[in-house]
Design a protein around this ligand. Structure first.
Ligand code: AMP
Length: 412
């Protein structure tokens, strides 16, 4: 039975005032929000998160305009690299780039504390590409928590090195190892991989840690969360002591500090993290109330809103992702799933479909959505409460990227 009209005509729809969320006065919202929130109630182990943490007005970008000390031309990069940066559409270095690139070019170790979407990828790639251009024997190893992020870094590397005859390979789990081995055998300048697969390739003798003069840990906190600490330690321990290292992390807890203490050499810390939550994201909650069956109806209504043009919905489990995907398809929404049981190619297809607007909605698990870089996601919807506040920050970091303001709604 489907009593819904097909919502995807493209014509703007106004459903009038939506009473379940977005109450005007913040003070009113907090009246019963004092109690810590243990989301879910389905047996997942979750942090206590005060629901007020899910509410925040996006600050206007004007307030925190950063005055870059450098232009890209000031860094003294090779002309070909500078040309590729400009072709990519970068005009002014972002704060993390402005501060990290000069240090990177001097060969310093850098700890970058940066929220998602701050431009950290170019902050480490540009000085490292320059290093390779000056010494073609230089090899760089980049470790990232997920295949998506690793592949995205690979795509960025290829864009910055167009026409330079520099080579990279993404060594990620879930993709055929044979192809990765063939590319490694052909010789590459940069290996970008997830810790598990990289360790596997080291064990097979296909990656030799001793030849890398530079290493990057991207989203180090996430890699630790995902249990990669032993793999990372094993890999770093086999690398040359005098290497250059860049560790990037959205948070800087004791585990990361310990790792930095052990493996970095007089690092300089650059922090561009200005607050706990992404400031460019307008965050609010959607109260479901006692009737859980209404949840899907509320989502349906939300998705009918014209401003909900490109929506990333998070769910806890692969199965629940699939279920919601089917349900939304049944209701006439263009929606695709994104989770770890899908093949790489299917996952890439889902990301591309959302990026190009051929679907309105992607429903994802946290691991699969890690590192997704789609510049204009209008809304992140936490259909299931995130298990930790850190996960929440990573989820909402998928919207409000670059110069845009985004929206995050958490169903509670
Ligand atoms: P990242 O934090 O590295 O994932 O970058 C977030 C997004 O910002 C990506 O789409 C980048 O291509 C883009 N970006 C990074 N640096 C700049 C810049 N200096 N100018 C314009 N866009 C940028």
């Amino acid at each position: 039975m489907n009593t819904y009209t097909k919502p995807h005509s493209g014509a703007p729809r106004s459903r009038g005032k939506f009473s379940k969320f977005g109450s005007k006065k913040p003070a009113q919202r907090f009246t019963h929000g004092r109690k810590p929130f243990r989301g879910g109630g389905r047996g997942y182990k979750k942090d206590f998160i005060d629901e007020r943490m899910f509410i925040n007005k996006a600050t206007t970008k004007v307030k925190d305009v950063y005055k870059a000390k450098h232009t890209f031309a000031d860094f003294g990069l090779e002309p070909h690299l500078l040309k590729n940066i400009i072709t990519k559409g970068y005009i002014t270095p972002s704060p993390i780039q402005d501060q990290t690139i000069p240090l990177g070019l001097k060969g310093k170790d850098v700890i970058g504390i940066a929220n998602t979407g701050t431009g950290k990828t170019a902050a480490f790639l540009l000085p490292l590409i320059q290093k390779i251009l000056l010494n073609k024997k230089e090899k760089v190893l980049v470790l990232a928590p997920t295949r998506e992020l690793a592949q995205q870094i690979d795509v960025e590397f290829r864009a910055f090195t167009t026409g330079m005859k520099l080579f990279s390979v993404a060594c990620v789990g879930g993709a055929p190892i044979g192809k990765q081995i063939r590319e490694l055998d052909l010789g590459v300048h940069v290996v970008i991989g997830t810790p598990g697969r990289v360790k596997d390739l080291i064990t097979r003798g296909k990656i030799k840690p001793a030849i890398f003069g530079s290493v990057v840990l991207d989203e180090a906190d996430r890699m630790l969360d995902m249990g990669f600490i032993d793999d990372i330690r094993t890999i770093l321990a086999q690398m040359p002591k005098n290497r250059q290292s860049f560790f990037f992390s959205a948070t800087f807890g004791t585990a990361i500090a310990k790792l930095c203490g052990e493996f970095l050499n007089e690092p300089i810390t650059i922090s561009v993290r200005t607050s706990d939550t992404a400031e460019s994201v307008h965050q609010d909650v959607v109260r479901i109330g006692g009737d859980r069956a209404k949840k899907i109806e509320i989502l349906h209504e939300l998705l009918c809103r014209p401003e909900c043009a490109k929506v990333l919905i998070f769910r806890e489990t692969k199965r629940s992702v699939d279920e919601l995907g089917h349900e939304l398809n049944k209701r006439g929404f263009k929606a695709m799933a994104l989770h770890g049981d899908m093949r790489n190619r299917e996952r890439e297809r889902a990301v591309k479909a959302l990026a190009t607007g051929s679907v309105q909605v992607v429903i994802a698990t946290d691991v699969a959505a890690r590192g997704i870089d789609i510049p204009d996601i209008s809304h992140v919807i936490n259909y299931d409460i995130p298990s930790t506040y850190d996960t929440y920050i990573h989820r909402i970091g998928r919207t409000g990227r670059g110069d845009r303001t985004g929206n995050a709604l958490t169903f509670i």
